[in-house]
Design a protein. Structure first.
Length: 125
């Protein structure tokens, strides 16, 4: 892995889920077509480890900052509503949901704030 942004997203998931134990990462570095010697393979392993380390540091910054977590929490706040709790508990069947949808009418769909989320992520890189 050499993409810092991707490594950061991976490490955010790892940290939020309590780590990898038992297990770890597989640094299965392969030579590319234009890389043909052992030194290239060695550099690929180092680059992968460095990228994951930078991803971990970035993930820590993002978690400590808290703004991305707050954005996600706000985006999915309806999951904490009465109907959200019923859906998550498996207690809302399709008939009930159809009745509520007809009762409430067309929903207002809030912005997912994708650009803001990406800005927060990239500010940590």
């Amino acid at each position: 892995m050499t993409d810092i942004a991707e490594a950061t997203k991976v490490m955010l998931t790892v940290v939020k889920n309590g780590g990898l134990a038992p297990g770890g990462f597989n640094f299965d570095a392969k030579l590319r077509r234009e890389s043909t010697d052992v030194e290239d393979l060695f550099i690929a392993h180092i680059s992968g480890m460095d990228t994951m380390a930078r991803g971990l540091r970035n993930a820590a910054k993002i978690i400590e900052d808290g703004s991305l977590n707050e954005l996600v929490k706000k985006r999915y706040q309806s999951f904490d509503s009465e109907i959200g709790a019923l859906i998550e508990a498996g207690k809302a069947d399709f008939e009930y949901l159809e009745k509520k949808a007809m009762e409430w009418g067309e929903p207002k769909v809030p912005s997912g704030k994708q650009e803001l989320a990406e800005m927060i992520l990239h500010s940590a890189l």
